[in-house]
Design a protein around this ligand. Structure first.
Ligand SMILES: NC(=O)c1ccc[n+]([C@@H]2O[C@H](COP(=O)([O-])OP(=O)(O)OC[C@H]3O[C@@H](n4cnc5c(N)ncnc54)[C@H](OP(=O)(O)O)[C@@H]3O)[C@@H](O)[C@H]2O)c1
Length: 337
């Protein structure tokens, strides 16, 4: 029997991508999608591109109890919003869920410092939903915290090398699309501000708020600086990784390739670019260059923030948690141009 799926906050960008991806899922059917603003309205009100699908559903109220008719729930309310009441209720009711907010990605202390809000569930820890590294823990979890899209790109780029002790620090320079900020417009994502403009993203005299997530997953020291660029989808991270003394750069590149050999969603390409991963669950790596003077390996990686950066990896996590084929509903190739 198909599993009944719910989406908390389904009128936003990640909600729309979940709905699009789940249309192709053979083992799940969407049962409940909430929006406070659009309660009682058809889903096509927020997602006109999905017109003709999900005609039997309308947006429901956003409350933990209204999702108790579901077997699995995606919590995709804004990252500043607290998902604690949903996570607590789903835990009590035995409902499996993926939380895409920042509430459980690191420690309560990090959350309070970087998001400026009180953490209301300090004892609970959720498994970090990065399948390439935490597959077994995800499989045996009922509640999983989806990674931040920019942090995950940096971690996927450097963690195999960090785990093997081949690097001793580095810089992640991220170019981030406007849809990373969600559907709710604000001054800096408004067209006249964001168009034809590039600026450092959300850094009010402190490191970007996904920094602790990277620190939690890497041992090496690094500097992480994201910039907002005027594109709609995608993230490009250029990594500048300082190699340990005596480490052969070709060995490092080989290590990265062999670590991901069996991963369905990691591809090695000549030139990673945001348009070549668009609408897909792929994480592309490539363009390796060794700078001898500074003993630094330079390369880049690209993802679609709304797929492998959020909705796609959330479905990948759900597939693992429900003991399904990890690739179910995620096999589509990118669209280009
Ligand atoms: N955008 C990305 O690239 C991206 C990447 C990785 C992770 N994420 C994470 O995914 C989540 C959703 O992002 P998004 O880009 O889809 O945001 P979004 O476009 O702003 O959508 C947010 C959704 O949450 C609902 N909502 C707002 N306040 C709520 C509340 N208090 N309780 C319940 N629902 C509420 C909104 O509808 P109503 O206001 O009508 O309720 C809307 O449906 C965030 O936590 C974000 O950190 C996003």
């Amino acid at each position: 029997m198909r599993k009944g799926v719910g989406i908390v906050g389904g009128s936003g960008y990640v909600g729309g991508e979940l709905l699009r991806i789940l249309l192709h899922h053979n083992n799940c059917e969407v049962r409940n999608v909430s929006s406070r603003r659009l309660r009682g309205k058809p889903l096509s009100k927020a997602h006109p591109h999905l017109k003709g699908e999900y005609e039997h559903l309308e947006f429901t109220e956003s409350s933990p109890d209204s999702f108790l008719n579901c077997d699995f729930v995606f919590i995709v309310s804004p990252q500043e919003e607290k998902s604690f009441s949903y996570v607590k209720r789903f835990h009590e009711a035995g409902i499996r869920a993926v939380d895409t907010t920042a509430c459980y990605r690191t420690t309560p202390e990090h959350y309070e410092r970087y998001y400026g809000k009180q953490h209301e569930d300090k004892e609970r820890r959720l498994v970090y939903g990065l399948p390439e590294f935490n597959r077994d823990e995800i499989k045996s979890s009922k509640l999983v915290s989806n990674p931040g899209c920019i942090a995950a790109s940096c971690i996927l780029s450097a963690k195999p090398l960090d785990d093997k002790d081949l690097i001793e620090g580095g810089v992640f320079d991220a170019k981030v699309s406007v849809s990373c900020a969600g559907a709710e417009p604000y001054e800096r994502t408004h067209f006249p501000y964001a168009a034809e403009n590039v600026y450092q993203y959300e850094s009010e005299k402190m490191p970007h708020r996904q920094t602790p997530e990277i620190k939690n997953n890497l041992r090496t020291n690094f500097t992480f600086v994201p910039h907002l660029v005027p594109i709609v989808r995608g993230i490009l991270v250029t990594s500048y990784l300082k190699l340990k003394e005596g480490v052969d750069p070709q060995v490092v590149e080989r290590e990265l390739r062999s670590r991901y050999l069996k991963e369905s969603f990691v591809r090695f390409v000549d030139v990673p670019s945001t348009t070549r991963v668009k609408n897909s669950n792929f994480f592309d790596i490539g363009n390796f260059y060794y700078e001898m003077d500074s003993n630094t390996l330079v390369f880049s990686s690209a993802v679609d923030n709304l797929v492998k950066g959020s909705a796609g990896v959330a479905v990948q996590n759900m597939n693992l948690m429900l003991d399904l084929d990890e690739r179910e509903a995620l096999a589509d190739l990118p669209t280009f141009p």
